[in-house]
Write a protein that binds this ligand. Sequence first.
Ligand code: FES
Length: 150
Amino acid sequence: MKFKDSLISRRKFLNGVLGGWLAALGATIIQPVIKFIFPPYQEPEEVILPAAEYQLNQPNSFKVFRWGNKPGILKRNDDGSLTAFVAVCTHLDCNVTYLPEQRKFYCACHDGWYDEQGRNIAGPPPQPLRTLEIIEEGENIILRKREKSA
Ligand code: FES
């Protein structure tokens, strides 16, 4: 059967099918290469910090450390204890910063706020910041992943 006034010629149709097939093949080949170049984030089980470098003598003082390829914040509380946070927003994974003068964590992406204990208090973050287990051992501070944040 032949259509006299076809909207698309057979050649254009076959070129479109072939083009789509080639695009799908290209994506199938390129995707593992991109995954190799930019590997997915793998969270470390623990990080060891030299205690001398991360001495926080004043209450409300803090230092940033690396938690895998994400930032972390080690903070001295008013009672002298330490708290370690994964400084990644629980909304859409932007980095958060600690604002010591306001005693709050801030996420600039969507105006998210957390109090100094990492509890979400304003904006879109749905959960508190993740905290890490802290073990002070000799000259090291060992930070370990928790199954559930406290
Ligand atoms: S990513 Fe932090 S508020 Fe949206």
